[in-house]
Design a protein around this ligand. Structure first.
Ligand code: HEM
Length: 344
């Protein structure tokens, strides 16, 4: 949460130091994920998005979580206002807020005088077709999307990795050996970008975790023109699903799919498989925008954790394979996954 807060919202979430009530950012971010997919409002939103749009336009209220919407609009507008007032912001910041404002300004500069947030159009309606500037709402929506798409997915993956390491001590030792080999026993303090590509076994552990526990279990696509693939016809405007979870657990692709075997993701093994056999981040032009970000975030976090702590399985043993269900649209364990942590 702190990483996304700093990189996306240019703010400190203080998620490790405070309880929810202390920082409104943390409170509302958590509330954002508190979504019940079977609630009538969500069902309505998913089934009739145009109806929801109409409702919002008429009432000027969000269909759900009005307070969350208001909070993010107010907070992010303030951050954007501050940045637009600061002449040095472009040089001083490189977070998502600044990158999106730069993108907006580049087009603004060529077409209209410099804008303030209040002057930016609030919705697509007010934008003429020719101008490709971002509206305030588009920038806000992107920032909140980064939080929604980036926080829970990465946190859940790290949670599963730690749980798996506690269940498989040999794999954990091997991983720690690799980290020690690169960073030394006494521990190099800084992690260089180049170091990350040397972590071959760590990558394999992460990918095997994402294979068994892909946070997004399926992809959805809309067919934009009539297409035929291997004799199967897809009509224009039909939607179809790529079942990530089923592909990752297909015994014809992965022998003994329920076994945790990181070696499946060593470089030679990967190149022997079809590229679409592993889809945790999706594929094609609409694949995960934050894939590299997530990969590096997970690796850096794991390096520090594995250097400092040993993970042991909890007294209360759960059966393997882990019993899974869905929570907030993502794959989750049905039971709380616990382990013991020992400081090294
Ligand atoms: C382990 C971590 C993550 C996993 C497993 C994951 C997975 C995915 C998947 C499966 C999709 C749909 C791709 C498709 O339809 O082909 C997606 C989309 C997306 N992800 Fe991630 N994601 C992760 C982390 C992140 C992070 C850290 C961010 C941002 C900081 C992010 C931002 C996005 C965005 C913006 C999209 C929508 C892209 C589009 O529609 O063009 N994700 N992600």
């Amino acid at each position: 949460m702190n990483v996304i807060g700093r990189c996306v919202f240019a703010s400190n979430f203080n998620s490790l130091q405070s309880d929810n009530s202390d920082t409104p950012l943390l409170y509302y971010s958590k509330k954002l994920f508190d979504i019940n997919l079977t609630s009538p409002a969500i069902m309505l939103l998913l089934s009739f998005p145009n109806l929801c749009y109409l409702y919002q336009r008429i009432t000027k209220r969000a269909v759900m979580q009005q307070d969350v919407d208001e909070f993010f609009i107010k907070t992010l507008t303030e951050v954007m206002e501050q940045r637009l007032k600061d002449p040095e912001a472009k040089n001083n910041y490189n977070d998502a807020v600044q990158l999106l404002l730069n993108a907006m300004e580049e087009t603004e500069e060529t077409e209209t005088p410099k804008a303030t947030v209040s002057q930016l159009s609030e919705s697509d309606e007010k934008r003429t077709d020719k101008r490709k500037t971002l509206t305030k709402m588009e920038i806000l929506a992107q920032l909140v999307l980064f939080l929604v798409a980036g926080y829970e997915t990465t946190a859940t993956t790290l949670h599963f990795i730690i749980y798996v390491l506690a269940q498989y001590p040999d794999i954990q030792d091997k991983l720690r050996d690799e980290v020690k080999e690169i960073f030394g026993d006494c521990g190099k303090e800084e992690i260089e970008f180049e170091d990350l590509s040397k972590l071959i076994y760590m990558n394999a552990v992460i990918d095997e975790t994402l294979r068994i526990f892909p946070p997004a279990t399926r992809l959805v696509r809309l067919c934009q023109k009539e297409t035929e693939i291997q004799g199967i016809k897809f009509a224009k405007d039909s939607s179809f699903t790529a079942p990530i979870y089923a592909i990752h657990h297909n015994p014809e692709i992965y022998e003994n799919p329920e076994e945790f075997i990181p070696e499946r993701f060593l470089p030679d093994e990967i190149s022997a498989r079809h590229p679409m056999a592993f889809l945790p981040f999706g594929a094609g032009p609409r694949s995960c925008l934050g894939m590299r970000f997530a990969e590096y975030e997970i690796r850096v976090t794991l390096i520090w954790l594995i250097k400092s702590f040993k993970f042991l399985s909890a007294d209360e043993k759960l059966p393997w394979p882990v019993e899974l269900g869905m929570g907030g649209g993502l794959l989750k364990s049905k039971h709380e996954l616990k382990c013991k942590i020992v400081k090294l």
